[in-house]
Design a protein around this ligand. Structure first.
Ligand SMILES: Cc1cc2nc3c(=O)[nH]c(=O)nc-3n(C[C@H](O)[C@H](O)[C@H](O)COP(=O)(O)OP(=O)(O)OC[C@H]3O[C@@H](n4cnc5c(N)ncnc54)[C@H](O)[C@@H]3O)c2cc1C
Length: 467
């Protein structure tokens, strides 16, 4: 029987990137994937399709609202949702096909089917037609990702009550949409449908959006989304739902006074979070330890409590982000190849791809206070940035957080157009243990949005020049 060095279960960003790195390092590698296409949540129903629709809907909105200010007059703007969705499907296909190509190029053997671990070193693959085969390997990496949490009173039918999967595939623009949960997924997908013409209402249990993210940034985003017509019901919990005709009646309760009300809507998007997925892997029989949230427990080297079995990505602890999963994939491949694989969790960026975007890395002012860390903060508005004004998107700011004693960079929080790209210079600088002085003394070409990062770094020591 063919013997592998490594079998990765799951072909999402954790699994496929880990497999490629392992193959590059000379390990004989196989990947087992239960879905029809490779790429996991990220490529099929997550990062990539959501960004394709965000891009298209942003063009639509710009055509309606923004182009006339540039002297570009359009007599009629029409939405062709079928083409928009077909384009998104094509973008997804290009990406998932790309993974199949990369597996071939790197001589990784793919197996299509449900992977079950029979014992350390043995993986059973059950294909769609029910046929089974057992594979042998020295090491197993579980990269089976996560799935949306389903609320008992909001069961998905993916037409009227939808998860991210249904929300990315709607064939018509709903007149109204209730988004349950004001986190990243709710705000991004809510934005898409709001821009395309839905009246979107976000119902959020907490009194703040975006969980632990910088609340100055969130305020700018919320105000901007409200200006576009999105409604927010904060400190409110959804308690029941009923499908009525071709819509859904949602019952909700205000936490402050217990007042109960109902609202009829065309579509409900439930975006209350995701949970780790490890069903069908046979982990209980093997005694692989999980925590209370169902995440597989590993040590710092991604080792579970069963020798030869490792786990990475959304199925273990940490932020559920594609780049976090990817870097863990690289680290475990390097560890298994006898190298020093490592992930620096202090520099994982987090982004909300709305308009304006929010991008964040490191600690917030709030967290510094909680942890008793003395900081200096520099802030610079895009309103004072020439390029932002020329573009016509001058909302938002860059905030840099540095240690008061050493000036070491501890975090950056940005809100504005294009900040999803700007954040990475801070990530790299933090990775090198850099200071605000390092950012402030580095050239930033003029006129660029990046100059706002430099100015914010200069503002840490109150020497910004452009305001
Ligand atoms: C709408 C949405 C938007 C998102 N946007 C972003 C974003 O912009 N940026 C970002 O960083 N993150 C984003 N994410 C999160 C990101 O998609 C996940 O963090 C990432 O996909 C996790 O990667 P993973 O490899 O751990 O798991 P996954 O991508 O979930 O992949 C797991 C794979 O394992 C397979 N599998 C599971 N069990 C088995 C089994 N027993 N046998 C065989 N195969 C199995 C699954 O079919 C799946 O293909 C988004 C998520 C959603 C839902």
């Amino acid at each position: 029987m063919e013997q592998f060095d490594l079998i990765v279960i799951g072909s999402g960003p954790g699994g496929y990137v880990g497999a490629i790195r392992a193959a590059q390092l000379g390990l004989k590698t196989a990947v087992v994937e239960k879905d029809k296409t490779y790429g996991g949540t990220c490529l099929n129903v997550g990062c990539i399709p959501s960004k394709a629709l965000l891009e298209s809907s942003e063009h639509y909105q710009a055509a309606i609202h923004d182009l006339s200010a540039h002297g570009v007059k359009l007599s009629k703007v029409e939405l062709d949702l079928k083409t928009m969705q077909a384009r998104k499907d094509q973008v997804v296909k290009q990406n998932t096909d790309g993974i199949a190509f990369l597996f071939k190029k790197n001589k990784i053997t793919p197996f299509k089917g449900l992977g079950k671990i029979l014992a350390a070193g043995k993986v059973e693959v059950t294909a769609e037609d029910g046929s089974k085969q057992t594979l042998e390997t020295k090491n197993i990496v579980i990269a089976t990702g996560s799935v949306p949490v389903e609320l008992p009173f909001l069961k998905y039918d993916e037409k009227r009550i939808v998860s991210n999967t249904g929300a990315l595939a709607l064939a018509d623009v709903p007149r109204t949409m209730v988004v349950v949960g004001g986190g990243v997924i709710g705000l991004e997908l809510g934005s898409v449908w709001q821009r395309l013409g839905s009246q979107v209402t976000v119902i959020e249990y907490a009194d703040r959006l975006g969980g632990p993210m910088d609340q100055d940034c969130m305020k700018v985003l919320k105000k901007s989304l409200e200006r576009e017509g999105m409604k927010f019901m904060m400190s409110t919990k959804v308690t029941a739902s009923k499908v009525v005709g071709d819509g859904v009646e949602v019952t909700y309760e205000a936490l402050a006074d217990g007042k109960v009300a109902t609202e009829k809507t065309d579509v409900v998007l439930v975006a209350t979070g995701r949970k780790p997925f490890s069903t069908g892997l046979g982990l209980d029989e093997l005694g692989v330890a999980k925590d209370k949230q169902g995440r597989i427990v590993t040590d710092k080297h991604y080792k579970t409590n069963v020798p030869g079995i490792y786990a990475i990505g959304d199925v273990i602890t940490g932020p559920m982000l594609a780049h976090k999963a990817e870097d863990e994939g690289v680290a475990i491949a390097e560890i298994l190849a006898g190298r020093a694989g490592h992930v620096n969790y202090e520099t994982v960026p987090g982004i909300i791809y709305t308009h304006p975007e929010i991008a964040s890395v490191g600690i917030t002012e709030e967290q510094a206070k909680e942890q008793g860390i003395a900081i200096n903060v520099g802030k610079f508005p895009f309103l004072a940035n020439g390029r932002a004004r020329a573009k016509g998107y001058s909302e938002g700011f860059v905030k840099i957080i540095a240690d008061q004693k050493t000036d070491r960079l501890l975090g950056a929080h940005m809100v504005g157009a294009g900040v999803s790209e700007l954040i990475h210079e801070v990530v790299v600088c933090m990775e090198f243990g850099g200071s605000s002085e390092d950012l402030a003394r580095s050239f930033h070409a003029h006129p660029t949005l990046s100059e706002a990062v430099r100015e914010a770094a200069l503002a840490v020591e109150k020497r910004a020049r452009q305001m």
